[in-house]
Design a protein around this ligand. Structure first.
Ligand code: FES
Length: 396
């Protein structure tokens, strides 16, 4: 006789012969499990209440599935491009993010409530108390445990509830697709596709094409208004947000000043699309800062950018080098530029290097100059360093 038999346990052959109920009972006995309660939630099959519970579970899974599909639809086809206020599509643009949140949230809610409701309504109500044993479970324990789980599955009646199975599959499938759409979408999208050249991520709207001049355009709050900035427009110790404006070119290749004057006076047509696009591009906004004369004397310039300022005027990107929030706050007394998102601070007197908070890189500086004919400020060339937080091809 084996040692197992000596202890009153079945031999391997006897174990193989046992059915699930016998294994269940044996497992409970061996594990010192006391079943306080183990009741079938639906002792009478096919009642109206049971059907109602079944439909309720299916309804939640269906909601999860429809919401997941809606999320994918919004993610792929909703007009998400920035549309400024008072333009067509502004309301649709504003709805994009809330709709993504709403549909994905409903999908998660549907799967969660469906699973919880199914467990409460259809799994056997079991209350058991078991002493905890140390070490790895024996083969016997493992087999009885598997039998127990299979029994719970059978008693949950999932096998014959096709409406719940189908709706759960639909809900979980659509939810899975919706969550996969985000990382897959960003892998499929080609970041260079809409760029004007193959290194589009390295350039901003301040890039001048074929010798054109890019002026500093005032942010008036009206996407269609064109106002350029002269040095005397800013008081000492003040800051203004500016965007790029690509001046019209003359036949000889320089600035067409007559046309530019007409545009500013409203007598020449301005390309409305270009005006709006300049506000759209996320790496375009720039802070134009005029330092107080006494502060300007203490400026420390960055190597290679010694001539990027024009007198007391310094232009830094508004895009925080930490996570890309707009660093819109300039504190005149301390000459600090503040990012409201995570409280990074940059020193405007030291090439906007970070001096507090999580940001580790300086704000990119735009080289500026005054146009000799009109007196308006313009960018001598695009940024020569990365703007904002890292992207995957960045080397600095
Ligand atoms: S985005 Fe500016 S501190 Fe985080």
């Amino acid at each position: 006789m084996s040692e197992q038999n000596k202890e009153g346990l079945p031999t391997e052959a006897e174990l193989a012969e046992m059915d699930r109920d016998q294994l269940l009972k044996l497992g409970g006995k061996l594990d010192d499990v006391e079943l306080v309660e183990y009741t079938d939630p639906w002792p009478v099959k096919g009642t109206k209440a049971e059907k109602r519970a079944e439909r309720a579970v299916a309804a939640w899974f269906t909601l999860a599935g429809l919401s997941g599909l809606a999320f994918i639809g919004v993610f792929l086809w909703w007009p998400w491009h920035y549309a400024p206020a008072n333009t067509d599509g502004h309301v649709l643009y504003l709805l994009y993010t809330p709709l993504l949140g709403l549909t994905l949230g409903l999908s998660i809610l549907g799967v969660g409530v469906g699973v919880v409701m199914y467990a409460k309504k259809f799994l056997p109500h079991e209350v058991a108390v078991q002493q905890r044993h140390e070490g790895r479970s024996t083969e016997l324990d493992r087999q009885t445990f598997v039998a127990h789980m299979a029994d719970a599955g059978d008693r949950s009646t999932i096998a014959r509830r096709s409406i719940i199975k189908r709706s759960a599959l639909f809900g979980a499938g659509a939810f899975g697709l919706a969550t996969a759409a985000l990382p897959l979408g960003s892998l499929i999208h080609n970041p260079h596709k809409d760029s004007t050249n193959e290194n589009g991520l390295w350039h901003t709207g301040w890039l001048a094409h074929d010798g054109e001049r890019v002026f500093l355009r005032r942010d008036t709050g009206d996407a269609h208004a064109l106002e350029l900035v002269k040095p005397e427009d800013l008081d000492a110790g003040s800051m203004e947000t500016v965007f790029p404006f690509h001046a019209p070119k003359s036949a000889s290749g320089g600035v067409d000043y007559a046309k530019l004057d007409g545009m500013l006076a409203g007598t020449e047509r301005v390309d409305e699309h270009e005006l709006v696009e300049a506000l759209r591009r996320s790496d375009n906004p720039v802070m134009l800062i005029r330092l107080r004369p006494e502060d300007a004397k203490r400026v420390v310039k960055h190597q290679g950018q010694e001539d990027f300022n024009f007198g007391d005027y310094y232009a830094y990107t508004k895009i925080c080098s930490h996570l890309g929030c707009p660093t819109s706050l300039y504190e005149q007394r301390t000459n600090r530029i503040l990012c409201p998102c995570h409280q990074s601070q940059f020193d405007a007197l030291q090439y906007a290097k970070p001096i507090f908070g999580p940001a580790t890189r300086k704000l990119a500086q735009l080289p500026i100059e005054v146009d000799e004919v009109t007196g308006y400020l313009y960018a001598r060339h695009d940024f020569n360093e990365a703007v904002g937080p890292a992207f995957w091809e960045r080397k600095s």
